[in-house]
Write a protein that binds this ligand. Structure first.
Ligand code: T1G
Length: 699
């Protein structure tokens, strides 16, 4: 057999037990083992049925994604599934854990499917920029119809066993051991001479308007193409003989695999798992966490407390007064109401959280037994220092003191405590109980086990945690500040906020930078500009004062009903604020600028060049450990389109040399803003890419 597939004879049933940890990916060895097992069963006298069952955590997690991009190795998965259907034996799949992608396609190659109640099935290939490539698009609809099959394929959702049974995808749901159940079920089928039931021989449902289906899926996919291509592959299944339809599906799959979107999404899949694996934390145990404190119950503090409570932690929320404490409790209850409504928590758990797990206090002494305290008070250094001095005085030895600051110097905050090794930044993104990004900001004195505890807390809260060094804005906000400035420069030079938003939303951002500014509040940027002016702006820095005029009129965006856009008709129906363009014209005139036009392509190119250039500086200075750390930051905190993998994956795909050449040409207009990142120049000189650095290469 093979070292991943064992062959066992149990009476009239040949059992193929698959063991390929950690998730039984369908590697070449597994595919070969299954093929060998079926051929052996067919020549094993007396065998009338084959049972396929997984060992460990899953039936099959799908094709082995690590094989993508490498020369294909036989047997190909579609051929294996075809061979299963061609067998004269009855083949049964007994599923547990997940059966995803190729894993479900192997199950569809079986003639009968059994699952334990906790099993889940799915076709998540669209999350990799692909479509199912081993018959899933033309077998699944034969069992559950077009609508249900499309819903499963285009969302990539995991479907629980009972629902899969109701849809006709799974024949039986039985509790117990997958092998024992599977063997019993196989013998039942043999005892009643159950007929061979080959899925591809079932009737393929048809749609009377495939184009409408295609358009509807495309409209919901926000620039991603593989969901809509599932429709085209299914259409092939309805209009072609099965073998031809299978080749058509394979053709679409290969085209997508060779395309940029799957490169970006496969990069995202592995990077979101790699970003938390830091060599410096190997063997470092995090400190125990059961009770945490949160200082400040505003939007951020309440969001952080909500996220911690939902992860099962007890939270002591400290506010300055009983009234403020009650207001904080109300914000937390409001956040939890959403979780209750979406079924993330039960009514009992909600009650338990609000009556037991959450304590609201006004006295710092109540934090004396907290394992970790997160401060989320006003973004002003002196206020933070006062809080940290008080925490240092009351918290037990070994308690970790964290700041949620979005840009202030953690070293300076740590310097007012007696325990700088226990101090770090935990920068959450608003709303903190929804956004998955967490920047774990490591100061000079932060101890390794404190960093490990920050990552452990993030994991427990379901965050994607990224290690960041100390600088103004850490990773995300520092890069945001640069590409946002680039957008302002383009406005001064002739583009409108509305053209820029449209160009970036067509590129794939959920919202353009000016719509985002309106959402976050223009007063935040206004405060940053005032701070930077007070600190002393470099005379070479270009300044866009027109935004201040918008703010001075009290227009801060959505929260005041007007900013770059007018929201009187509602946030969704955002309409340009007619006061804005005249302000921009006046600013250009005041600065003696003759406006020029920008194409959408140039807007995107400049915006992304600024983002990549600053990201390269962030990696080059060690603020981010690897390029993938920046990619995950932008994906999970800033709405960067996942199918592009992140700014530095995008840079590798479009070519770093061309980007550097563009930056140098922009520098001829403004050599202060456009200073090429040394790391970018080194990569181009060495003929390397950011991916080389992700794999540990150096330049
Ligand atoms: N191939 C290779 N490695 C995989 C893998 C896969 N399919 N799935 C997971 N891993 C690795 C993962 O990188 C990590 O490695 C470890 O397993 C644990 O994963 C023809 C072409 C199964 C729900 O898209 O959704 O079939 O970091 O941390 O949280 O149509 O992994 O430890 O070194 O995520 O318990 C379709 C992807 C493939 C499923 C388990 N299948 N995987 O979650 O563990 S395309 C998928 C998942 C396909 C066919 C097409 C999850 C999981 P490391 P983990 P988890």
């Amino acid at each position: 057999m093979s070292d991943t597939v064992a062959y066992e004879r149990h009476g009239d049933v040949a059992v193929l037990k698959v063991n390929n940890p950690p998730v039984n990916a369908l590697s070449q060895s597994v595919r070969q083992g299954l093929l060998n097992g079926i051929e052996r069963a067919e020549s094993d006298d007396g065998v009338r049925a084959v049972l396929i069952v997984g060992e460990g955590s899953a039936f099959f997690a799908g094709a082995d994604i690590t094989e993508f991009g490498k020369p294909p190795m036989a047997p190909a998965l579609p051929d294996l599934v075809d061979r299963m259907e061609a067998s004269p034996l009855i083949i049964i799949g007994s599923m547990h854990g997940v059966s995803l992608g190729g894993g479900l396609e192997v199950a569809l190659g079986c003639q009968y499917r059994l699952a334990v109640p906790s099993a889940k099935i799915g076709l998540p290939e669209v999350h990799l920029g692909l479509i199912p490539g081993a018959g899933g698009t033309i077998r699944l609809p034969r069992l559950c119809g077009i609508e249900a099959a499309l819903d499963i394929m285009t969302t990539g959702k995991h479907v629980p066993a009972q629902q899969a049974h109701a849809l006709g995808i799974v024949d039986e749901v039985r509790d117990g051991d997958p092998f024992e159940n599977g063997l019993a079920y196989a013998n039942e089928l043999l005892a009643k001479n159950a007929p061979r039931r080959v899925v591809s021989e079932l009737e393929m449902p048809k749609s009377d308007d495939w184009d409408a289906l295609y358009d509807a899926v495309l409209a919901k996919s926000r620039g991603q193409i593989s969901p809509a291509m599932c429709v085209r592959s299914m259409q092939g299944g309805a209009e072609m003989p099965f073998a031809e339809a299978l080749l058509n599906e394979r053709k679409i799959f290969v085209e997508l695999l060779q395309g940029d979107q799957s490169k970006g999404m496969i990069h995202a899949f592995f990077s979101e798992r790699a970003v938390g694996n830091l060599p410096e934390l190997k063997g470092v145990d995090p400190r125990a966490l059961t009770q945490i404190g949160v200082i400040g119950g505003g939007t951020m503090g309440a969001g952080i407390a909500t996220s911690a409570l939902l992860s099962g932690l007890n939270v002591t929320m400290l506010e300055m007064s009983a009234e403020a404490g009650e207001a904080a409790r109300g914000r937390i209850e409001g956040n939890l109401a959403g979780a209750l409504k979406r079924g993330k928590i039960s009514a009992e758990r909600h009650e338990e959280i609000m009556t037991k797990a959450l304590t609201v206090v006004t006295d710092y002494a109540a934090l004396s037994d907290a394992d970790l305290v997160i401060e989320a008070v006003f973004e002003e250094m002196e206020v933070k220092k006062t809080v940290f001095k008080q925490l240092d005085a009351v918290c037990k030895p070994g308690a970790i003191l964290a700041s949620n600051t979005s840009y202030l110097d953690i070293n300076e905050i740590a310097s007012v405590t007696s325990r700088p090794a226990d101090v770090l930044g935990l920068h959450f993104f608003s709303p903190a109980h929804v956004m998955r990004l967490l920047e774990v900001v490591v100061a000079d004195a932060t101890a390794p086990d404190v960093v490990a505890t920050g990552f452990a807390l993030g994991k427990r809260m379901g965050k994607i945690s990224v290690r960041a060094g100390v600088c103004d804005g850490f990773i995300g906000n520092r890069i945001l500040s640069t590409y946002r400035t680039c957008a302002d420069h383009m406005i001064l030079d002739g583009a409108s906020p509305y053209e820029i938003d449209q160009a970036l939303e067509e590129f794939g951002f959920a919202m353009g930078p000016f719509a985002v500014a309106d959402l976050a509040g223009l007063d935040i940027g206004w405060a940053v500009r005032k701070r930077k002016r007070a600190e002393g702006l470099d005379p070479r820095a270009r300044d866009a004062a027109y935004v201040d005029t918008i703010c001075e009129a009290g227009n801060f965006g959505q929260k005041t009903g007007k900013g770059y856009y007018d929201y009187s008709a509602g946030a969704k129906a955002r309409v340009p604020n007619p006061d804005v363009l005249p302000l921009i014209d006046a600013e250009r005139e005041a600065q003696g600028i003759t406006p020029k036009t920008f194409t959408k392509e140039e807007i995107v190119r400049r915006y992304m060049a600024a983002m990549v250039n600053e990201a390269a500086k962030v990696v080059g200075e060690g603020i981010a450990r690897r390029p993938l750390d920046v990619d995950m930051t932008l994906l999970f905190g800033y709405g960067f389109p996942r199918y592009r993998g992140g700014p530095l994956k995008w840079a590798d795909i479009v070519g770093v040399e061309g980007l550097l050449n563009d930056i140098k040409s922009y520098a001829e207009e403004d050599d202060y803003f456009w200073q090429p990142a040394p790391l970018l120049e080194k990569l181009v000189a060495a003929g390397k890419t950011f991916e080389h650095l992700n794999k540990g290469d150096t330049v």
